[in-house]
Design a protein around this ligand. Structure first.
Ligand SMILES: *Cc1c(COP(=O)(O)O)cnc(C)c1O
Length: 234
């Protein structure tokens, strides 16, 4: 995609976030835009950086590892948003800032171990299955409490919120209830905030359903195609 397009798209998404948040009575500054750069070349990421954007999301561990090594800018904040493979956590733990897609306590344990070796702290979000579709991943709502409790005494991972992916639909109104469910779980699990658990973020909303997600309380939106253009594959 051309540089002007990426800069223009970023600006228009930021403006949309501002408008939707303000209309919903929320402070737009509470909402972080994660630019999902998966499958896109480093040049596209660097164009976005030039336009002033620093938060990027990737959904493949190897691709994230490579991009983090190649783009050496220390200001860039990297978010992992895809399927976790336990044996690959070690390859990203020395640089990744956020992992949104933690669905099992064993992943937290491995992040704790690997981030500890790198002498750093990684921010984690617990992914909850809000769509009922197995392929979207995420823990079941009833498992959330146990997963949160498992992290309370960790030193190198902080659980800072929840993440969810809604069903893909044409009309985002149809998934408002899924976002509401994640917000309800977020509220009802605040009582597990102790030690390294501090639920303050809700990562929900993609290109298609960002508006509804913000209305329902998202503090992080993960936007790919509206910034970098369509992808040939995921
Ligand atoms: C690809 C992806 C996104 C971004 O999707 P778009 O529809 O391109 O905005 C967001 N979240 C996750 C987990 C993804 O894999």
């Amino acid at each position: 995609m051309s540089d002007q397009d990426i800069a223009r798209n970023l600006k228009s998404i930021q403006q949309k976030i501002e408008k939707v948040a303000t209309d919903a009575g929320r402070d737009p500054k509470e909402i972080t835009l994660v630019a999902v750069s998966k499958t896109k070349p480093n040049e596209d990421i660097l164009e976005a950086v030039t336009a002033g954007h620093l938060q990027f999301g990737e959904n493949r561990m190897k691709e994230l590892e490579d991009k983090m090594a190649e783009i050496e800018l220390t200001d860039v904040v990297w978010h992992f948003i895809g399927n976790i493979q336990t044996n690959k956590i070690k390859y990203i733990a020395d640089r990744v800032n956020w992992i949104h897609s933690v669905e099992k306590a064993k992943y937290l344990k491995e992040i704790e171990k690997r981030a500890g070796k790198a002498n750093r702290v990684v921010n984690a979000l617990i992914q909850v299955n809000i769509s009922g579709e197995k392929q979207k991943g995420g823990c079941e709502p009833e498992d959330l409490a146990n997963i949160l409790e498992s992290a309370q005494n960790y030193d190198h991972v902080i659980v800072r919120g929840l993440m969810g992916m809604a069903t893909f639909v044409d009309d985002p109104e149809d998934v408002r209830s899924e976002f509401k469910l994640l917000k309800e779980l977020f509220d009802s699990h605040q009582k597990y905030n102790e030690g390294s658990v501090n639920l303050e973020h809700l990562s929900m909303g993609m290109t298609n359903d960002m508006e509804v997600a913000i209305q329902e309380g998202a503090t992080m939106v993960r936007i790919g195609s509206a910034i970098f253009g369509e992808r040939n594959y995921d």
